[in-house]
Design a protein around this ligand. Sequence first.
Ligand SMILES: Nc1nc2c(ncn2[C@@H]2O[C@H](COP(=O)(O)OP(=O)(O)O)[C@@H](O)[C@H]2O)c(=O)[nH]1
Ligand SMILES: [Mg+2]
Ligand SMILES: [Zn+2]
Ligand SMILES: [Zn+2]
Length: 1555
Amino acid sequence: MTQQLPEGLFKTLSRLGLENFYPNKLTLRSLLEINKEDINTNLASSLKEIPWYFLRNLLQINAECRSCVQLPANDEENDDLFNIDLCTAEEIDNGINALDLIVALFFCADSFLQQEIALRMSMCQFSLPLLLPHSNNSQCSLMLWALRGIVKEWRPHSLSESKGFIEDTIVEANIPLYSFVRLKNSSLSKSQMLNLVLSRGQQSHNIFMHKDMEDRAFKKEIANGLVEVFWYLPCGRENLDIFPEPVAFANLRGDICESPAQFSFLVHISTATFVFLDKVEDKEQESLNSVKNMREKIFLVVNHKEQSDREDMMSVKTTFEKLDLPKTNVIRKDKTNNITFFSKKLCASIKTSLEVATINKITTNLMHEKATELGLSVDETKSEEQKKAAEEIIEAIGEQSILNYKKLHLPLQGENWKRLSKLEIKLCRLNDYSDLGIEDYKSQLQEEKTRIKEEQSRRDISKDMRGFIDNLCTSDKEKRDFFLKWMKLKLDTHSRKNLFHLRNQFKEQCKTKDAELIKGLDKALLESSLGIEHYMREMGLIYKFSQKPTDDVSRLPLLAAEMVLDGHPLELLDGDASNIPEKWVSAVLNEVHNKVGKRSRLLVLTVLGVQSSGKSTLLNTMFGVQFPVSSGRCTRGAYMIFLKVNEDYRRELNYDFIVLIDTEGLKSADLAQLEDSYEHDNQLATFVIGLSDIAIINTAMENVTEMKDILQIAVHAFLRMTHIGKKPACHFVHQNVAGVSAHSKCIAERKRLLDQLDEMTQIASEMEKQPTAKLFTDVLNYDMEKNNWNIPGLWHGTPPMAPVNTGYSEAVADFKKHLLETIKNNGNNEPTQIPEFLEWMTSLWRTVKYENFIFNFRNTLVAHAYDNLCKAFNQWDWEFRKEIHSWQHTTEVEILNADMDSQVEVWNKLVSDKKEELSGEIKNEEMKMNEKLKEYFKRKDQRVNLIEKYKVDFLNSIKSLTNEIQQSGRTKLDCVLELKLSKKKAEEIQRKYRVLIEEAVMRLLHDCKMSSLSDDQLTKEFEKMWSASTANVSGLEERDIVGCILKQLKKNFSNRNVNQELLNTDLKKVGQSSFRVIDEHVDKCKGKFVDMEQLQIFTDAAIKSCTQYLSEKAETTEDYHDSLTKDLLEKLDKNLEQNYKKYEANTKYEIDLKLHICGIASREFLKMHQRFLSNLNPHGQLEKYKPGYLSDFIDLYKERDDCQRKANDYIQLCIKPAVEDFINRSLGVDIVDEILTSHHSAEYSSRSFFQYSIQKELLLKDDFDTFVKYINSYENFVKNWIFQHIQQQMTEENTLYKLKNNKLQVIVKKITTAIDVASKEPDGVSLPNNNKSIAKLVSGIRENLIKDISISVEDEKSILFQIQSTCHPFINSVNMALENLATQLRDQFLKSEDIMETVRKLTVKPQEELFRRVFGCGIQCPFCKTPCESGGKDHTLHSAAIHRPQGLGKYKFNKTKRLVERLCTTEVQSNTKFKNTDTKGEFHPYKDYKTYYPDWQIPPDATIEASDYWKYILMKYNNEFAEEYEAEPANIPEPWKKISQEDALKGLKDAFNVK
Ligand SMILES: Nc1nc2c(ncn2[C@@H]2O[C@H](COP(=O)(O)OP(=O)(O)O)[C@@H](O)[C@H]2O)c(=O)[nH]1
Ligand SMILES: [Mg+2]
Ligand SMILES: [Zn+2]
Ligand SMILES: [Zn+2]
């Protein structure tokens, strides 16, 4: 391609580095990408940079962009002044002719970029190309298409009076054209002359480029033959306007002989053609002759120079005669009059010619025709087909009203759609239900919704819509873009014509402030507007409502996705209906997500501000996009444009797209008087701010009250966002602030602004019932310096002739640069991808529809983030506990192994040292956990920013976790000490008798040696002796458990003024029968409402929970300890504290209740103590050794080797219990670990998932009794559930056996090693093989195991009594016996089936660990009794994913006794009221439940299906529940009856975000 280019063109293009873009390969799309260069403000430093610099600046409407054609002079290389070669070479490389640059860019730009360039050039008030020379000069083209996008407003003097104005596409506006051309010899510059003609006062501006503009002029290489055009437009003020009517000027570059076609074309379409000349050459004569038939239109402008020779003047004269020109058609510039004077003369003559009424005005048709006739090409022909297609659709509109047309052809967005939107709001507000029950009302609305949806889905796609879609469905993107552009152009023209009057009327009426009229007009305007967006909206609705999408319909999202990626705007919020087509937007954006390979990190940038404050202009200037700009738009809503980030820039910026959201219709001054506008604005602002990463608040300082309103709205929105964890960056843009002093002046202004914002924040936070925010900076990261931007006014002068202010463009560019840089440096948070964006969109919109935004926000992203944190927290929690359990284990063994002969004080000291150590240990773990939490909140992948506000909860949880562990750890140490003391007592007794027995055995042996006796006889003798010696063995003394408990109870009341006498009851007698609440238990003051029944229910539950605790404790093999009673009473206190105050129960109640419970406790604990003592009982211990002593006796008598038997006894009686103890102490942790890593681990991972698992299981099990248990004895139910679960898990694949066996192996190995070590002297030599070494060996073994297990010395002594063997055989025997023990235990493990039994004996109880993990705070919803499932140990707010119909929590209507079918989640959004004991029987609105239950968070259900689960349960077991609760069955709303089990399960899954 490039080879065929003419040399000149090729040279120019390649100098500019554009050769690869020729022809028309440079796309607008590619220029819209966010680029590294966007923040580059350096001047172009090489020729190849020039085009890009120019385009970048032009797209930002910087009127200085043309100055880049000249590179900065390179002084250093220029020191050789006289080197001529060098000079010229440099000249060439140093710049380019500006016209060449523009022509080159038009050659390379695609049709859409051409339009964009033209539009921006026109905003800069540059001349525009009308005819573009073709490279090979064979054909030039008329740039109708390129100019079509330009729309201007002006006020001709004929309309000055009426203040009317005209708005039109400039090329279609029928404006008279004056052409300026020149001959080869012409010394006057037409461009300069035109600039002079068109300049007036301040508005002097280089519209046309001319030689004198630059220091050095560069020769035109390719721009000859270019015709530029410029439109002069009046503003309607005599003193400012040069011409009273619009006038167009054309300027042909190069002389006419070079471009005869252009010349001829211009003469044909112009009102007048001015030919500039000094003299006429022969060839030119011919050219001029060719237009002789239009000679009246030709004017010769002759420069009469001083030294002009006669010959030149003669040539002019000849021409004049030959053409037979009227005399007035020659204008002579004399040497005396200067150029300005001459320009005035020219101007005057144009003015006169304008006054001629019959002046011919050009039309696009005429231009098109002439161009074709003269063999010029027209750029528009390329898209002829699409033009026709668009016209066809427009023609179909015809003369009918737009309203009518829309009804027929775009029916889906009509009344039904609006009604549907209203219904959705109603469903969220539930305000005007009448006599219907609220659930019924809700269902009714739901049904209407369904009906409308069905109705909508039955409509066929209209012919026009089909046409529209068909035209978009082309694989050729260019064709599609052409079609869209044509549609837009045609629709705009159509609307302009139709809306003109309405708009003017509207403007008039706004002054009168007649709200009714304004409302009417506003409606009329909305109804009459029709743009592409309406067709696109319809497309979305077709998709939304189609129930069984055909192929045609299901490919629509893909189509729209392509368009989004091409930079077309997508409607996000339909402001007409106040709704978002969620399904459609999601489908489209998901397609986008897929199309970009699921890498769609979005940066969302929104601009908010008063209508017509220049928001769209700002975005357009900043990013080169085309949001509709106009002073009279009447659309509302929000549109978004996706801008790709350039491939190379993505890594750096960390985003793939920048999404711009432009809002329309916010706080439009005219509409402010309409009633619902404030709410509408609030919705819009909250919604878009919630979606944004960056929000720009655009203010035009002109109107302070308007600005205040907008700020107020924004502050509300920001406040809401902090609550839900979003913190968009916020920038204030102050428009129309200029001047150098602005900055310093503004410091005061800004301070004032900040003060105002602070004030608004306070007001807003009170309104939102979130009074924590005091300052604006509490809500946002706001920096007075960095977040305020002053932007000078857009226009430099008075429109329409004013160019864009360079200051404006530069300030905007600066702002953009700053934004991109901060984005780049702000890599903290994980960027949002499309799916998350959609999630936000849905949840924000859902919440916006409710009145109480803050309390109603629900978002699965937040829920997920929270759930993940809970999971992590649970894991840390367990790690913490495990660490402490393990420490505890070692310490307990250590204490038990402490020297038995020491004084009690020594042990006390040991234990208190250990308590210190424990504190240190715990502190350490606490620190670790805090660190983990901190680290977690630094993570980038968990969306921690959303859950920032829960951080405090979790920090507190760590604290209370620490306290709890500390407490229980200390108690355990106390218990061990207690155990040790009891053991000591037992052993002392045991020792006494052992010595006695052993002496007796020796005596007996001595006696018997005299005679020879059989085994039987020996045994008999032994028995006699045994009975005699052990006859008086005393048992251990029983402690006064009842007394202990009573003491604790008194202690519990010690700080309070109660009659101690009351407490001196005989505990043994109380608590035998059930506890009844009596009148003396409550203070029945006047007017107070006390519900005795509720108090009884509460009391029963409290007692139940205590007895549960008691039986758990009493089951263990441990001894009673005072801390158990203390814990019990504390538990009860906590329960009372949370609940009983509201029942007005008094101290007598408390005393009676506590006595009752302590009575039960005294019996349980006594049993426990007795069992413990009987396990330790010295008599029993001695009996254990009886067979041993007997064997010893016989063996001694017979002088048999006792080695093997002794070794076996040693293992069985000393080692085995220790081994079992070891397993019991450590197995609990292993079981928990096992369950937490098994395939069921998820169920315990977080409270909400646990709830989900249980409820799912319940549903599938489908058993009424289980439901009753779950609802009414929740705690118990959960415990049983867990226990059963453990049982099941432990049985599966012999898990328990495996775990036990693992432990066994560990300890056996340790023992083996201990034996090995003990069998050697410290220097490694074996112990001598004698009898004495055995004692050494045995105590050696014990000492080696001192950290692992505890072996009783007393037992050892019994076994080693009179051992005869020598050491080495004994060692062998011990090893063998140990092996046997292992086998024996293994067999025992395999056989043992009672897992419950095993689990009960464990020191660390797995069921308790798991229960603690999932049970949470145990608080239940005050309305429906659903348990709280918030995470952490301490949380500020209780919450539950789904609530239940209140009847399930035993609520019934007073009158009818029917179960209440209402859901708290519905009531909190309605106007209903409740009364209960908390409200002292007064009615209180549900909406303000926080007054009574500030620590509950009950948001409305996200969807109507969310509570299907419990609706289904109530529906299914309505009668059973009624019977169970002694009530009448609930009134089930009709639609609930259609809910199936699958629906219920689905609702459950949705509510818990389980996929
Ligand atoms: N005088 C003046 N006009 C402006 C300025 N910014 C925008 N405009 C014009 O105000 C009108 C409305 O602008 P637009 O961007 O559509 O405002 P939006 O409704 O906030 O999006 C357009 O005609 C703009 O040309 C400005 O700073 N000064
Ligand atoms: Mg706008
Ligand atoms: Zn509830
Ligand atoms: Zn809670």
